[in-house]
Ligand binder design. Structure first.
Ligand SMILES: *Cc1c(COP(=O)(O)O)cnc(C)c1O
Length: 403
């Protein structure tokens, strides 16, 4: 079947075919039900088929789908205002994806230095284990060899240092540095959290050196960590921030947010996107914010996250040969496995609970933010069964070796 596929063979897809979803559940073509703790890689923030999002999308679909940015798109003004009122930002540029939000962030940072009279300042300091997308610029920013190989020379202007290493950051700053770019919680890289102190120190270093602090909150933003944006935990604000995934709840939508000052170089004609800020995307984005910004929603995320994390910590204690560490923040949690993470993921799939592999032998658990305590407990039970199953296999293997 693989030979016959018309598709690029770029993805290693699981042999599962889902035809419908509801809340935290996905239903396969053969009628099986799976607990979806992958959520389209932190995208389906309100789960599947959320009535409010269906209403928002279908109502807009009956009016106008697409206008281009030749005209005002009222939904952009609304969503933009809500985002700026809820964050540090004064300006928003809408995109269709995370990588495009990062492209806009990179361009905004470079352009800021350019209009300040420093065209030579175009370098951006990034971190090992980072993931910023799959465009030529963002694979260079991410710096991971496996994503760069074979695609020509790495785009210039990205200087990587170890995650969390302040001295390395300081040493990497030159007269050509424009900005520092970091994910407050690394997703793809294996659920590593930048400490509050580290983020605060980066803020200070940027202020001291005329650099911009750029955050990639494509995965950890929009309520995922229990705050609207993850950097709020550290009590700092960035100059520029890339957002996507959860803001669209499953509709392709991203945004680059910036302060007035940081966005000052982005004059008419400097950037653009055909689809960015399309009326359908704006309707859904506004629908997502209706729910996420409602009283008590983020508190709900924090409450469920606590139960979920405690449950995972107890699984780690009971299955030390399977689980090495629990990581992450809020509903962006990671199991660092002792066995190959793909083995644990497969065992979980057999128990009909879905997660996402990450670097450093981690499995990401990214349930929809609407997950209830009961559903989190159901997930824990299934993960426990998966661990139990693997434990049994390990024991059988070691007793075979003993013979
Ligand atoms: C997913 C992701 C991206 C890229 O988003 P796309 O929509 O796939 O382009 C960038 N940064 C982070 C942190 C991500 O998790």
């Amino acid at each position: 079947m693989a030979e016959a596929s018309p598709l690029y063979q770029t993805y290693m897809r699981a042999p599962l075919r889902f035809e419908r979803g509801e809340g935290v559940w996905l239903y396969s073509e053969d009628g099986d039900r799976y607990l979806d703790f992958a959520a389209g890689v932190a995208v389906n923030s309100l789960g599947h088929a959320h009535p409010h999002l269906i209403e928002a999308l279908t109502t807009q679909a009956g009016k106008v789908w697409h206008l281009s940015n030749l005209y005002d798109v009222p939904g952009q003004e609304t969503l933009g205002r809500r985002l700026t009122e809820a964050t540090f930002a004064d300006r928003v540029f809408f995109t269709n994806s995370g990588a495009e939000a990062l492209e806009c962030a990179i361009k905004t940072a470079r352009r800021y230095q350019f209009v300040k009279g420093h065209p030579e300042r175009f370098h951006i300091i990034t971190f090992e284990g980072a993931f910023h997308g799959r465009t030529i610029a963002t694979i260079s920013a991410g710096g991971q060899e496996k994503y760069l190989e074979g695609f020509g020379p790495k785009a210039p202007g990205f200087d990587q240092v170890p995650f969390g290493d302040l001295d390395a950051v300081k040493a990497a700053i030159t007269d050509e540095t424009a900005a520092i770019l970091i994910e407050p919680v690394q997703g793809e890289g294996g659920l590593r959290t930048a400490s509050n102190e580290f983020l605060r120190a980066l803020r200070q270093i940027c202020d001291d050196n005329g650099l911009l602090l750029v955050l990639d909150e494509v995965q950890c933003g929009v309520g995922r960590t229990g705050k609207l944006f993850a950097h709020e935990w550290a009590g700092i604000t960035p100059d520029i921030m890339a957002v996507a995934k959860g803001i669209g709840g499953g509709f392709p939508l991203g945004a680059c947010l910036a302060t007035e000052e940081a966005a000052s170089g982005m004059k008419a004609g400097t950037h653009g996107s055909t689809y960015g800020g399309n009326p359908l995307a704006m309707a859904v984005g506004n629908g997502v914010l209706d729910v996420v910004l409602a009283d008590g929603f983020l508190e709900h995320v924090r409450d469920v996250a606590l139960v979920f994390r405690q449950g995972l910590a107890s699984l780690k204690d009971r299955y030390p040969d399977i689980i090495e560490e629990i990581r992450g923040e809020g509903l962006m949690l990671g199991i660092k496995a002792k066995v190959p993470n793909t083995d644990l993921l497969m065992a979980m799939r057999e128990e009909h609970v879905l997660g996402v592999p990450a670097g450093d032998n981690v499995i990401r658990l990214l349930p929809p933010l609407i997950v209830t305590v009961e559903e989190a407990r159901e997930g824990l039970k299934r993960i426990e069964q998966a661990a139990e199953h693997l434990q049994g296999k390990l024991k059988a293997a070691s007793s075979n070796q003993g013979r």
